[in-house]
Design a protein around this ligand. Structure first.
Ligand code: HEC
Ligand code: HEC
Ligand code: HEC
Ligand code: HEC
Ligand code: HEC
Ligand code: HEC
Ligand code: HEC
Ligand code: HEC
Length: 504
């Protein structure tokens, strides 16, 4: 009922009426007395920190578990001459990156900023790693922090008025960050009535002015919020989407960030809601416990067989890899960004998941929106010498991924389970491996600079435990020097490489 009234009210507003008698926003603090549990969970999530207005020339504060290197920001932003007294607000700084709005209302370091220095204006820190400063949108003129940006970062955003004294026409908001009332609607009547549940929305779909008239788009059909039901996906999707159109946008070889709605909508689980899995008040990053339903709870069959130890490789590691990027990429592979994908489905082939022009995730008749094995497998199985994860080529990943949840998958047939004893090696090594069917096998041993020092090829072996022996010589029978070696066992289409140390 209230939603309909609000909807009518929005229509009146758009019709040019200026008379207002709606509820007002009272701020999240006002909810804390009666809903202390929700409040305390929300305070430790990312939503409140999305936009911090700078007061008294002091840096914003974040929960203690957030490791964002905030103490070093102001002395390193731009050319180092900008002070907190020049800054009107910080965008983000909780999860992935921080950007700064100057007292002129322009994002510091962009072309028309009073603090223009040609970049050095975005700090990346995902997962508590220092990924340093990058140049954000340096050539962009008038990159101002107005409604079009903060409609997703603040509560009660409006196109009229201005939030920053001295700079006209930016629009206003009632609270920096995504407050209780961003998702529940203005709460003055609920509060003044002492908690009348008919005076607050469980799910307030009119988060944005522009979404009250529709916005999210599925295959060309504009979605409007259902006025009579709690349309959770519309509400969350209002902010967790990119362009209001269904393609999942990409750039630089990664899915762009804030596209969780677009991705879920294109995924095989489009009929789930965000809160099927998420507690809306709790964080998921920084080891949060905001996931209330595990993958295993609905997919018992796949959970029973994944060919990887569940303690080391979870469902999300393969089905929600970091295929999206907000600030930075990580690791050696080039396939690990900083945002998990919500596409879930995996296509087993060697193709890219992006369109030819790389601007979107493919979603067509021959390939529905799905993750490619680059992100699913190679993010872990790469030649990073600092982990114990076997290396793998894309071609090998394709072979091993097929039927990943089936008992007699190719994976199983090829899983070599190589063990090398002793390690470190002194004067002799036993290389044990396991074959589930007979095959032609070979042994290749490489030194630290990639030269082949020893090899045996086309040795026929039968199913079961099998062994090679290496007495630390090269192919001419001379002893090799102490150092790091890579032992590669090849069986049929598959291989496994392990790093060993020879000490002597
Ligand atoms: C004076 C105490 C009080 C204050 C202040 C208060 N609430 Fe409530 N609220 C209640 C009570 C009581 C209920 C009903 C029991 C429950 O769900 O906890 C309720 C229920 C709700 C519900 C559930 C509605 C539903 O349809 O089930 C939401 C959402 C909510 N409050 C949000 C808020 C928000 C947002 C604020 C701050 C703007 C707020 N409340 C401030 C007392 C309060
Ligand atoms: C990101 C959006 C979002 C924010 C921010 C948010 N809520 Fe909620 N809240 C929800 C949703 C969605 C539900 C309904 C969950 C459902 O029905 O599955 C809900 C449910 C509730 C309920 C009903 C009881 C319950 O816990 O399920 C209360 C009370 C409530 N919220 C209070 C608050 C208060 C107080 C704040 C601020 C401290 C807040 N919420 C912030 C989205 C949000
Ligand atoms: C359609 C809604 C929307 C708009 C418009 C939007 N953002 Fe965001 N932004 C988000 C969401 C949602 C996230 C977090 C989720 C994600 O990145 O996947 C985010 C994340 C961020 C972060 C990282 C936050 C952190 O704690 O690390 C920054 C910084 C940011 N946005 C800046 C901007 C700027 C600057 C603009 C305007 C040019 C803008 N955003 C416009 C929705 C939006
Ligand atoms: C008003 C816009 C808005 C709405 C509505 C919204 N979000 Fe967000 N959400 C954001 C922004 C912006 C961020 C980035 C905040 C940050 O970390 O700086 C974010 C971050 C998150 C995060 C990552 C940070 C964390 O705490 O783990 C999750 C998870 C999330 N949102 C889930 C949801 C869900 C689920 C809903 C719907 C119940 C929802 N959001 C509704 C704007 C929104
Ligand atoms: C509430 C139950 C539920 C949860 C939780 C859930 N799923 Fe699903 N999932 C479904 C349903 C229902 C389908 C659609 C089934 C179908 O089409 O056969 C599905 C489909 C899928 C598919 C596509 C299946 C196919 O045949 O192509 C994948 C992959 C998947 N889920 C992975 C996951 C992962 C990973 C998680 C955890 C992040 C997860 N699911 C959590 C219910 C769930
Ligand atoms: C090591 C990576 C990996 C892990 C871990 C993993 N999966 Fe998969 N999963 C795959 C691949 C690859 C496919 C596609 C197999 C194919 O198409 O032949 C797949 C397919 C699926 C499907 C589609 C139906 C099917 O059986 O082919 C579902 C559902 C699914 N996985 C759910 C899960 C769940 C739930 C978990 C956690 C218990 C999980 N997966 C863990 C790689 C993984
Ligand atoms: C099938 C379950 C499922 C559904 C449905 C789902 N999520 Fe998630 N979401 C997850 C899991 C699992 C994570 C990762 C948690 C972790 O990293 O431990 C996650 C992470 C996130 C993150 C943080 C991204 C990152 O990489 O840190 C955001 C933001 C988010 N979800 C928003 C949403 C929104 C918005 C919706 C609805 C459009 C949604 N999710 C629907 C399971 C789900
Ligand atoms: C989160 C990291 C991670 C991801 C993602 C991952 N793996 Fe693995 N994989 C491992 C680890 C760790 C092992 C070693 C497991 C053990 O000790 O038994 C392993 C072992 C294997 C092996 C056995 C290799 C051997 O030499 O014995 C194969 C084959 C394999 N993975 C295939 C895949 C495929 C295919 C994918 C993608 C569908 C994938 N993995 C995704 C971490 C990962």
């Amino acid at each position: 009922m209230k939603k309909q009234i609000l909807f009518i009210f929005m229509m009146l507003l758009m019709g040019g009426y200026t008379y207002m008698q709606a509820q007002t926003y009272v701020g999240s603090e006002a909810c804390s007395t009666c809903h202390s549990e929700n409040y305390n969970e929300w305070v430790n999530s990312g939503h409140p920190y999305k936009f911090s207005v700078i007061e008294n020339n002091e840096a914003p504060t974040y929960p203690s578990f957030v490791n964002n290197f905030e103490s070093s920001w102001i002395s390193n932003l731009a050319d180092g001459s900008v002070a907190w007294s020049d800054i009107a607000g910080v965008i983000g700084g909780f999860g992935w990156k921080a950007r700064f709005v100057g007292n002129d209302g322009v994002i510091v370091g962009t072309a028309s900023s009073a603090y223009y220095t040609g970049g050095h204006n975005q700090f990346n820190f995902y997962g508590g790693e220092d990924h340093g400063w990058v140049d954000y949108d340096v050539t962009h003129e008038n990159k101002i922090y107005n409604y079009s940006c903060f409609k997703c970062h603040t509560t009660g955003g409006d196109t009229t008025g201005t939030w920053l004294t001295g700079v006209d026409g930016l629009g206003t908001f009632t609270e920096g960050g995504v407050g209780c009332e961003a998702c529940h609607g203005p709460g003055s009547d609920h509060v003044s009535s002492g908690g009348d549940v008919t005076k607050i929305d469980r799910v307030y779909e009119q988060v944005h002015l522009d979404n009250s008239i529709g916005g999210l788009d599925v295959n060309g059909t504009v979605q409007t919020p259902d006025a009579n039901s709690d349309d959770i996906n519309f509400m969350c999707g209002t902010c967790h989407n990119r362009s209001y159109t269904s393609p999942i946008n990409a750039s630089g070889g990664f899915i762009k960030h804030h596209e969780q709605w677009d991705e879920l909508t294109a995924s095989p689980m489009s009929n789930l809601t965000c809160t099927t899995c998420h507690d809306p008040h709790k964080r998921v990053i920084w080891d949060g416990d905001g996931i209330t339903k595990t993958c295993e709870s609905c997919h018992a069959t796949e959970a029973s067989l994944r060919h990887h130890p569940s303690t080391e490789v979870g469902c999300v590691d393969c089905h929600m890899p970091y295929a999206a990027k907000s600030g930075t990429t990580r690791g050696e592979s080039g396939f690990v960004g900083d945002i998990r994908s919500h596409v879930f489905a995996i296509t087993v082939d060697a193709n890219t998941m992006f369109t030819d022009d790389s601007t979107a995730v493919r979603d067509d008749d021959t390939r529905s929106a799905s993750l490619s094995l680059h992100f699913v497998c190679l993010g872990c199985h790469n030649n990073d010498a600092t982990d114990d994860i076997p290396e793998m080529t894309l071609a090998e990943a394709v072979v091993a991924a097929e039927g990943m949840h089936e008992p007699n998958s190719v994976y199983e047939l090829n899983k070599l389970q190589v063990g090398i004893y002793p390690n470190p090696i002194i004067d002799n090594a036993t290389i044990k491996f396991n074959l589930t069917k007979s095959a032609n096998t070979s042994l290749e041993i490489y030194n630290n600079v990639g030269q082949l020092v020893y090899s045996l090829s086309d040795v026929y072996k039968t199913a079961g435990n099998q062994y090679f022996n290496w007495n630390v010589t090269n192919n001419s029978g001379a002893m090799v020097p102490a150092g790091i070696y890579y032992i590669k066992v090849v069986a049929g289409d598959f291989s496994s490489t392990n790093k060993v140390v020879l000490t002597k």
